[in-house]
Write a protein that binds this ligand. Sequence first.
Ligand code: GLY
Length: 352
Amino acid sequence: MTTIQAVSYPIHFENKAYEELALLLDQKQYSSIFILVDDNTMRCCYPRFMQLLQTTLPMEVLQIDAGEVHKNIDTCIGLWNAMTELGADRKSVLITLGGGVITDLGGFVASTFKRGIDFINIPTTLLSMVDASVGGKTGIDLGVLKNQIGVFANPELIVIDPEFLHTLDPREIRSGSAEIIKYGMTHDQQLFQEITANPEVNIIDLIHRSISIKNEVVLEDPKERGLRKVLNWGHTIGHGVESYFLESPAKENLTHGEAIAIGMICETYLSAKLLEFPTDMVSVVKERLIAIFGKASIEEADLPAIYELMKHDKKNVGGTINFVLLNDIETFKIDCNVPEELILESIRYYAS
Ligand code: GLY
């Protein structure tokens, strides 16, 4: 797989990535390495990573509990304290080894520690490979509100090692495939067909194509002034649903991908209502996504709270909920305003 060059850092694939990582660690003359893991990646990924990591630098492991509920400021304070006690300095480098929580939170911890130290992302989930680890967004949640606190900061290098995917359960792989479906719907019809037909086939190729799409968008609009908002397609309603399920004890847990799949179904419905998206494709998208992700139970009584949570979406300006909608697959329009009643109608369409 060819290397993808992002604005200031390379994204390397498979074995070559470890060679490049060793070269970088050598060239940058770091004083020490801190490796951030959670309890899952400590058990499932760290042993492989240590076998492949070539360095003589002093090393410390920082381990946190796994899960989105730990993506908060308390975890950051714990890590900043641990790094201070363990003697991290401005020439230390933080390697994040994990899924989206680890790469988002680790990037934030590194880029704020002593006004910023280098970090390197080693995403171990499909979701973090194709989305979270790429593009320079770092951050944490504020209560149930996702990614409300954070900074744009780029890693020095990203290692994509598809072997880590074997450590994931199928639900986790499906969660990541939602982001690939998103890239397919917004940029590449063929990718949409392939990922919804059989996500297991040639996954490394699908990952490479997804990262390439994201990288092209980010190169053009790194700070999400306009174009980059397209990467949030499906996420406006999806994040509302995800936050709602997270804070409702009576609801089952949804993965990020499951919530985004709901968002993509609703936002396809809105695209047909408000733009030119072909009406007959709306039910096709719904059927394919429900076949992959299953159907969550959303009742009429849930809608007001989901709508309230959507008001915190970072794309919103001046109290207006801003959507990305599609004229067709591969043709999108950003900053679309949608009336509240239609938003609720789209969620009812999903639930029907
Ligand atoms: N996950 C959306 C973005 O990186 O912009």
